[in-house]
Design a protein around this ligand. Sequence first.
Ligand code: SF4
Length: 65
Amino acid sequence: METTLHGYSVNPVCCNGCGACASLVPELFAMDEATEKPVLLLAEAPAAAIEQAMAFCPHDCIEMD
Ligand code: SF4
């Protein structure tokens, strides 16, 4: 089955550092303890994984290219 990869990003202004993305989709995000914001672990990821993270973010800060 073909898997389409997409870039993804976090809007740092709206992100409150809750950590849900890193906890629930750890293949895509890890929390930076210094900035208390998530860092992206991949340049591109399957759309389904990004959509899952978008659904978990309480402030809709995750964007898919
Ligand atoms: S789930 Fe959303 S608000 Fe929470 S750390 Fe991740 S991007 Fe930020």
